[in-house]
Design a protein around this ligand. Structure first.
Ligand code: PHE
Length: 368
């Protein structure tokens, strides 16, 4: 497309004007038809509508402005319709977009489903753990944590398992290798329970204490349907003046009702833990049969769920080495510890503990 100059008009009668304008209209149509791509579109725009060198600008100055007064109207009308023709040619060329072939080459099947991201969801263990923690958070408990690789001192000695004491055999322990040269209390092991964090907490703060401690624990146990060498516990510790066994019973009865439903009953059986005295195992009425007796509760109507007891004065004595306010003559407290897997298995009716760790999406997807 070259910029053909606009000749001056010699006559302004209707016939001459028609001829002159029709020629330009045809040219504009021919130019528009010859356009192929975006560059041509821009060239067309410049050629016809360009502010300085555009043909319409030329027409305006050579024909319209130069027209004698009596011909101004008829030139003006024709000029207007030429201009709108050029503009509409440009509009429709712009609107036409890429060619059919170009579109076909880029075509995508919009009926295909999009790439969907899987929704993340809490693992059932995490969910249960958070649920247990929030029951106690609502009672004013705060949350504490401690290391999974623990010293013999915190895991055992300060929890009143003296070196060589047979109570240590109840928690078959995975120890870190090559520690023999260290004094026994400094040797590292994988904590067998969350109870060492009781001591770590008391060393850090004087009473009162109300804390729950969720975390991972390790035992050298063979895996079976209900045991895993790695599992989770939530520990609880409450220390203040005048804390009694009734406080312990009331707290755990409330927690079990909050976790399993208000119709659940609790009962406390004498038990033994070195760090509590007296100690108890807590049983809840079977949530599967309502206490009538079924296969799950071995026809007893009760299911054992957690351990608890009043903090042993010997434990307070270890705490008092750093925080003298833990004087068993002035304060008392209770502690409890529960297995998260066991509670999750009950709540969701899961019979194989291994399902929690297998990473099978068919299992985990049910909790999404
Ligand atoms: N630590 C005990 C265990 O792992 C549970 C427990 C915690 C019992 C606190 C009493 C008090 O078996």
């Amino acid at each position: 497309m070259t910029n053909d100059a606009i000749p001056n008009l010699s006559a302004y009668d209707d016939d001459s004007l028609d001829k002159a304008f029709t020629a330009l209209q045809k040219q504009a149509q021919a130019d528009a038809a010859a356009m192929a791509g975006l560059d041509d579109l821009e060239a067309f725009r410049l050629k016809w509508l360009g502010r300085k060198q555009g043909l319409l600008n030329d027409v305006s100055s050579r024909w319209l402005k130069a027209a004698p007064p009596e011909a101004k109207k008829s030139v003006g009308e024709r000029f207007k319709s030429l201009k709108s023709l050029v503009e509409s040619l440009l509009d429709s060329a712009e609107g036409a977009g890429p060619s059919d072939a170009a579109l076909a080459a880029e075509a995508i099947d919009i009926t295909l489903p999009g790439t969907r991201r899987l929704t993340g969801a809490e693992h059932p263990i995490t969910r249960t753990l958070n649920e247990i923690v929030s029951v106690f958070a609502a009672l004013g408990y705060s949350v504490g944590v401690g290391p999974e690789v623990e010293t013999d001192f915190y895991n055992f000695e300060s929890m009143n398992f003296p070196p060589g004491h047979p109570a240590r055999d109840t928690q078959d322990t995975l120890v870190v290798a090559c520690q023999e040269r260290r004094p026994l209390r400094d040797r590292l092991l994988l904590r067998t329970h969350t109870s060492p964090v009781q001591m770590r907490t008391m060393e850090q703060q004087p009473p009162p204490v109300r804390i729950v401690i969720p975390g991972k624990v390790h035992r050298n146990d063979a895996q079976d349907a209900t045991h895993s060498p790695i599992f989770h516990q939530v520990e609880g510790l409450c220390v203040d003046r005048n804390i009694t066994f009734s406080d312990l019973k009331g707290t755990l009865d409330h927690a079990m009702k909050a976790l399993f439903g208000s119709s659940v009953k609790t009962r406390f059986f004498p038990s033994f833990f070195p760090f509590t005295e007296p100690s108890a195992d807590v049983q809840i009425s079977c949530i599967f049969c309502g206490g009538k007796g079924c296969r799950k509760c071995k026809q007893s109507g009760w299911i054992e769920l957690l351990g608890c007891g009043m903090v042993d004065p010997a434990v307070f004595a270890f705490a008092a080495e750093k925080q003298p306010a833990y004087d068993p003559r002035k304060i008392s407290g209770f502690a409890f510890g529960m297995g998260v897997e066991r509670i999750a298995m009950m709540k969701y009716g899961i019979s194989e503990i291994g399902q929690f760790y297998a990473g099978d999406m068919r299992f985990l997807g049910q909790f999404a």
